[in-house]
Design a protein around this ligand. Structure first.
Ligand code: SF4
Length: 329
């Protein structure tokens, strides 16, 4: 029996009014995604691809234009009471701990803030100590009265994580959780997220532009381009045998990648100008090199939007060429 999803997006669209002269920006443009209890999913893509908007929609911070977010099988309601309960269960960890922590608040106050907002009825001091300890700041009492400037970057990120853990959430949404940290402490923070999954069954959506980070932490990967998930599968499936030309290009520029890097050219993605056909076609190396033409899909690449991917477990790619390759001959 498969475990039902903890949280999911069904047919999700989030559209913002366009800048002057531009059409509406389709930041999330038809996304299906499931995250199961204890699962770590990496949401990968370039900046501006819509991954942060999708994450904010899962947190209930952005209301969908169409489609829905579900939590434990129930559609998320946008009443203030329901959102309050949802935001307790689904906690955000931001990338820059210096920006997320008030420099005038002690570590204790920073971690206790969520408890106070949510009117915690239990022992506040014990809950703060427990959260700091879980985040690896031990003994916790030693950190209570410290200020952010007295901590290292890694310790500050642990305080931010403790501030999320204190509310005993089921899911962390971590937006570039180690992007601002030195390489030496990145591994420690990633190990902490993995330990929290093992100890607490905590699920995580890790939003990142870094495929190497996805490899180190995720069970599954969803690659996003211009508002859509264009490839999804287990971390091994997506990162060792990518099907979508966009994923292939992202992987080819990693320092350890074999072969020639595929530098993407063409217009930078603009969600208010999503091209017809495959949204990646103007930059697609497989189309530019004639590979799609030889496979007989070039016309479809330019005129037919590949089908939206489903929130299924099997590896999927929104690409006419990879669909053609998957057809047995
Ligand atoms: Fe490239 Fe065509 Fe696949 Fe789009 S559908 S990624 S243009 S090969």
């Amino acid at each position: 029996m498969t475990t039902p999803p903890l949280i999911g997006a069904q047919g999700l669209h989030v559209t913002f009014p366009g800048r002057r002269g531009a059409g509406p920006a389709r930041a999330v443009d038809g996304v299906e995604l499931d995250i199961r209890p204890g699962e770590i999913v990496a949401l990968v893509g370039e900046s501006g691809c819509g991954k942060s908007t999708l994450a904010r929609a899962l947190l209930g911070l952005v209301r969908p234009t169409a489609g829905q977010i579900s939590y434990e099988g129930r559609e998320l309601s946008y009443s203030s009471r329901a959102l309050r309960a949802h935001r307790r269960q689904v906690q955000l960890v931001l990338q820059d701990p210096s920006g997320s922590l008030n420099p005038r608040h002690t570590v204790y106050d920073a971690v206790a803030e969520g408890l106070r907002i949510h009117g915690h009825a239990g022992d506040e001091r014990a809950a703060v100590a427990e959260a700091l300890s879980r985040a690896g700041l031990r003994p916790p009492e030693r950190f209570f009265l410290r200020y952010p400037h007295e901590l290292s970057g890694g310790q500050r990120q642990r305080v931010v994580i403790a501030g999320a853990l204190v509310l005993e959430p089921r899911l962390l949404v971590a937006d570039e959780p180690v992007a601002s940290l030195d390489a030496s402490v990145r591994g420690e923070i990633l190990a902490l997220l993995l330990r929290l999954r093992t100890e607490l069954g905590l699920a995580a959506l890790v939003v990142t532009h870094d495929l190497g980070l996805a490899w180190n932490i995720a069970d599954r990967v969803a690659v996003m381009y211009l508002g859509r998930i264009v490839e999804t599968g287990t971390v091994e499936e997506v990162l060792t045998a990518p099907r979508h030309p966009y994923t292939q290009a992202l992987l080819s520029v990693l320092p350890e990648a074999p072969g020639t890097p595929q530098i993407l050219t063409g217009e930078p993605p603009d969600p208010s100008r999503i091209p017809p056909g495959c949204r990646f076609h103007a930059r697609c190396p497989a189309l530019a090199s004639g590979q799609a033409e030889r496979a007989g899909v070039a016309e479809a690449c330019r005129t037919q939007d590949p089908e939206m991917l489903h929130a299924a477990r099997e590896p999927q790619s929104a690409c006419h060429l990879s669909a053609r390759r998957a057809v047995p001959t």
